[in-house]
Structure formats: C-alpha cells, structure tokens
Design a binder for this molecule. Structure first.
Ligand SMILES: [Ca+2]
Length: 192
C-alpha cells in the first residue's frame, strides 16, 4: 500500500493530536468506480472478471509509543461491499457482513451502490498497545461479478500532552486573628 496511508501524527509529545491516521480520500484501495471515485491504488480481482476474488486482504503495522495516554480511538471506514477490521488479530469493526463465521469465500450481506460507496462509517474501537500493532482489513465482494470494491480507512485518537510541568497553587487568601491557627490549603500536581 502506498500514498499517505499510515502517517503517525503524534510525532511531537507536547501537542494534542490524533494518534494516527489513514487519511481519508487520499488512499483509497480497490478497483473500478465507486460513485465516481476511482481508487488511488488499484488492486487485483484475479484472472477472471466474471469470477472475481471474493475477499481482498490489507494489513499495516502501526507503531505506538504512548498507548496509556491515548483515548477516544475512532475508526472510520469506506467500504464496498463488506468489511471486517482486526487489531492484532481481534475483530474491532464489522460492516455489511453476515452473522457467523466469515471466510475468504463469504460474500458481503448486500450490494453497496451510489453514495453508500463513498460513505464513511465510524465507531469507537479499542486503543492500540505499545509497540508494533497490526491493523488488518478484509474487503468482501457482494457477488462474483460485481464491478468494484473500495476501501479507505481513518483511525484517530486523542493523546494527552506527555510529561507536563508540575503545577502549584497557593490556595485561597486567608485572614485570621491571632492566636488562631491558619490552615494552608495549597496544592501541587504533576502527571509523572
Ligand atoms: Ca462491489
């Protein structure tokens, strides 16, 4: 896979940013027309246009170094026709696929057409782990002679700024009359 797939945006530890991103609309994968959109990278449907591969597989490593600070991870997927996503081998997102076991010969539930071919479907998903993760996708045709498949994906998350400086508050002003005792209520906070 080429293009700008898989850019990791959190390269600066001092900024609030997306975890990582398969940038939408610049990395479409598949073949033929999807509601007027041609894939950036064309994949093969095999040797027979009237008996296309049922399933096309994609995978990509994602390196994460600050998993504990990442939250609100959302995946958005464009698919024609059906899709299953896996993070480190665990299914995290399914769309337009039948219930039950899914193999390389399983067709998508319905034929996708029109604006639905370019619609992104979003869902919260589990965070990645520290180290190298593998995000994998399988795109399923709806039938053997469908003209097209399309796949694009965006994965975003929120990362709190890493290792912020400590903060100190002296607490509210107080007035006392001696010999009363003043109880101080200042606070100190740090993230590490
Ligand atoms: Ca199709």
């Amino acid at each position: 896979m080429g293009g700008c797939i898989g850019a990791i945006l959190c390269t600066r530890p001092d900024q609030f940013c997306g975890l990582l991103k398969w940038t939408a609309n610049c990395t479409t994968l598949g073949y033929d027309d999807a509601n007027g959109q041609l894939p950036s990278t064309t994949t093969s449907y095999g040797p027979d246009a009237n008996n296309k591969y049922v399933t096309t597989y994609f995978r990509r490593p994602i390196v994460v170094s600050n998993a504990a600070s990442i939250s609100n991870v959302v995946v958005s997927v464009q698919r024609d026709d059906g899709v299953v996503l896996y993070l480190n081998g665990t299914p995290i997102f399914t769309n337009n696929m039948p219930v039950g076991p899914i193999s390389y010969l399983t067709y998508a539930s319905t034929v996708i057409g029109g604006v639905d071919e370019t619609t992104f479907y979003s869902q919260n998903v589990p965070s990645a782990m520290n180290g190298t993760n593998v995000l994998a996708a399988e795109i399923h045709q709806a039938n053997s002679n469908s003209s097209d498949i399309i796949f694009d994906l965006q994965l975003t998350g929120e990362s709190l700024p890493f290792n912020q400086p400590p903060s100190v508050s002296p607490g509210p002003n107080q007035s006392i009359t001696l010999p009363a005792i003043a109880t101080l209520s200042g606070t100190v906070a740090d993230d590490h």
